[in-house]
Design a protein around this ligand. Structure first.
Ligand code: ADP
Ligand code: GLC
Length: 484
């Protein structure tokens, strides 16, 4: 089975969040199931640089959404990679979605419509020698792909089924109606059964409407998006297609995230050699300017946004320091939240260390050296940093939502007695709930044998891709059979 997986980021090439980790991990996860995944990403400068001279042009377009483009073939690790080289759309300084100041590009609708149009052509058989049985579209950036396949397929091309995965309902790729005539879709696509959404064009909505199956990245989030609070305007569509909605938990790439072999750690360790962790703790303290101390060290590795509850956390820091804990934070995001953490670090020198920025090696080191990782998210489709925390014995302290609810077992008395607890959960994010969760964690940390048991349970939990890879493969097979 050959699957074309279309995403706007993939770890190793370009990454702003968990989507990149998942897109990059899927090929290996599915190879184990007998599925060959080809990843298709835009040709941002960093991607083209990675591709290097080995890249081969395998197809070209004179005008893809108006822009000349080439299809380049290369490798993502051991797996096939396709890159859309359209300089007018993707060759610019800044991030994948906006300029260096974080402002979205005005032509994002055109950039990602081009990605989807190209993918639909490839799936139809436009590029000689490339054939696929199914396409897998990730997030709004690939959302128009199911629409093109259904409503404007390549003339004479093959028809393949599609899967639309929602990694985050908060980002819907919503654009004004004026862009519709430019998309190359038939006028009939301008309908509630097509790409129209609340009077504009909804890229994610289009994918959810027209894909053969919708998946999201945890069972709990798959249920949550049926409600107004989490569905963010698309809950009606989720309900209408509920027999087509599946929650499949993300796994982690156990090659990239393995404490026994992680090259970014000061000391490697495993469940039987937890004592070596302390060297990583010392390294985190040094990196973040924290006092050296054996008390509890919380870490945060996150986008600093409302979704992640970071505004609430910034208000709980005096409490956290007051009960003898420290915090090491790595992240970027909203200017106001960044400033609040900066101010807390100034108020509590040596107790709160803040690094504003994106730093992959430091993210690994902090998982290896922190005692507990905080995720007070208001919503969390899956969340990967709690899974990395589990694998690294950095006990997750999470809100009970989405994938966080599905992956962490709260250290309540029953779970502790049964010896199955792996972390700490809190109810809906509020100042009090978070302060209480921090206090409970510090208390648990104070009981050394109990804390060690918690860490060991966490590290033994299996969040590799095995089960989820099998679930995707089964879904692909079912859709191909239905179509057949
Ligand atoms: P989301 O995709 O919503 O941001 P996830 O938990 O799914 O959340 O994935 C976040 C990914 O980004 C993880 O791999 C995490 O380690 C990484 N990450 C987040 N912020 C930073 C940062 N400032 N530096 C390095 N890695 C980061
Ligand atoms: C999104 C979500 C996050 C999820 C990631 C990968 O960015 O916010 O919860 O883990 O996608 O699926």
């Amino acid at each position: 089975m050959r699957v074309l997986s279309v995403a706007s980021e993939a770890a190793g090439l370009v990454k702003t969040g968990g989507l990149a980790d998942v897109a990059a991990a899927l090929p290996a996860a599915l190879a184990a199931q007998g599925v060959e995944v080809t990843t298709f990403v835009p040709g941002y400068p960093a991607v083209l640089a990675r591709l290097g001279k080995k890249a081969k042009a395998v197809h070209s377009w004179d005008a893809l959404l108006g822009a000349p483009a080439r299809l380049l073939a290369g490798k993502l690790g051991a797996h096939p990679l396709l890159v859309l080289d359209a300089p007018a759309l993707f060759n610019r300084e800044g991030g994948p979605y906006g300029d260096a100041s974080g402002r979205d590009w005005d032509d994002n609708w055109r950039r990602f419509a081009a990605l989807a149009r190209a993918a639909a052509d490839i799936a139809g058989g436009a590029a000689k020698g490339l054939a696929f049985d199914l396409v897998h579209a990730h997030d709004w950036q690939a959302g128009l792909l199911p629409a093109y396949l259904r409503l404007a397929p390549l003339a004479g091309g093959c028809i393949v089924p599609s899967v639309m995965t929602i990694h985050n309902m908060a980002f819907q790729g919503y654009f004004p109606a004026e862009v519709f005539p430019e998309l190359g879709l038939p006028p009939s696509a301008w309908s509630v059964d097509g790409v129209e959404s609340y009077g504009g064009v909804g890229f994610l909505k289009a994918g959810m409407q027209l894909a053969d199956a919708i998946t999201t990245v945890s069972p709990t989030y798959a249920g949550e998006i049926r409600s107004v609070e989490f569905g963010m305007g698309l809950e009606g569509l989720v309900l209408a297609r509920s027999n087509r909605v599946h929650g499949i938990l993300n796994g982690i790439d156990t090659m990239e995230w393995n404490p026994a072999s992680d090259p970014h750690l000061a000391a490697n360790f495993s469940v039987g050699k937890l004592a070596a962790r302390v060297r990583n703790k010392r390294a985190v303290e040094a990196a973040l300017g924290l006092t050296r101390d054996d008390g509890p060290l919380f870490v945060v590795i996150s986008r600093l946004t409302w979704q992640k509850g970071m505004d609430v956390l910034s208000g709980v820091l005096d409490h956290l320091v007051g009960i003898g804990a420290r915090l090491a934070l790595l992240g970027t995001g909203d200017a106001e939240i960044e400033a609040a953490f900066g101010a807390a670090a100034t108020r509590h020198p040596g107790r709160i260390g803040v690094r504003i920025g994106y730093h992959e090696p430091l993210a690994h080191l902090m998982q290896g050296g922190g005692d507990a990782i905080l995720l007070p998210s208001r919503f969390e489709p899956c969340g990967l940093t709690q899974l990395y925390g589990l694998a690294y014995g950095c006990v997750p302290v999470v809100s009970r939502t989405g994938g966080l609810a599905d992956t962490v077992i709260d250290a309540n008395p029953a779970a502790l007695a049964a010896g199955v607890a792996t972390g700490v959960q809190m109810n809906a994010v509020s100042h009090n709930a978070l302060a209480l969760a921090v206090s409970r964690t510090v208390q648990l940390y104070g009981d050394k044998p109990q804390w060690k048991r918690l860490q060991k349970n966490a590290m033994k939990a299996d969040f590799s891709w095995g089960a989820s890879g099998a679930a995707y493969a089964a879904l692909y097979r079912q859709l191909i059979e239905e179509q057949g």
